[in-house]
Design a protein around this ligand. Structure first.
Ligand SMILES: [Zn+2]
Length: 165
């Protein structure tokens, strides 16, 4: 089981934030035991999709303090890329390949290729908030970029992430 924080009181991550519909996580547990903050993940992706900078600022500040939810966001972006491209392209994982993905995102994306998610979540936990912000920004850019594609990939992704896993 991954490390969870069952006793730590969660802040109300959506307080004072508009309601922007974002990605919904399945209510069930992550297969490897990591427990992301579903409300926060929906708020941060919703703000990004709506391009609401005030909400994005608030929610990103919360997200970078929550390494599990940050890692889950990166994991979703990696899943979206893999669904579309068939695999993670070189420039999403290799720190030396040219491309827009932040180095922190690439580090987590590399770790996400393990059989289990543990290494990725552990790497994210060890990151500074600055690195997490860089990783989250690439993940959000990816998800927003895919959401604007006409094929409605985000809808399919949403359904896919709602599957029991
Ligand atoms: Zn807003």
């Amino acid at each position: 089981m991954g490390r969870q924080k069952p006793n730590k009181p969660r802040r109300d991550s959506t307080k004072g934030v508009h309601r922007h519909p974002g990605l919904s996580l399945d209510a069930g547990p992550h297969p490897d035991g990591w427990k992301a903050d579903r409300a926060l993940l929906e708020a941060v992706t919703g703000a990004a999709l709506a391009r609401c900078t005030s909400c994005q600022g608030v929610t990103l500040t919360l997200l970078v303090e929550d390494s599990v939810t940050c890692a889950r966001l990166v994991e979703l972006a990696c899943e979206a890329i893999t669904k579309r491209e068939g695999s993670l392209p070189h420039n999403q994982t290799d720190p030396d390949a040219s491309g827009y993905a932040s180095l922190a995102f690439r580090r987590l994306a590399r770790a996400s290729q393990d059989v289990t998610a543990h290494r990725m979540y552990q790497e994210c936990e060890q990151m500074t908030v600055h690195e997490r912000r860089a990783a989250a920004n690439t993940a959000l850019d990816t998800l927003v970029g895919y959401a604007t594609l006409p094929q409605g990939l985000l809808t399919r992704l949403r359904h896919a992430t709602a599957d029991p896993r």
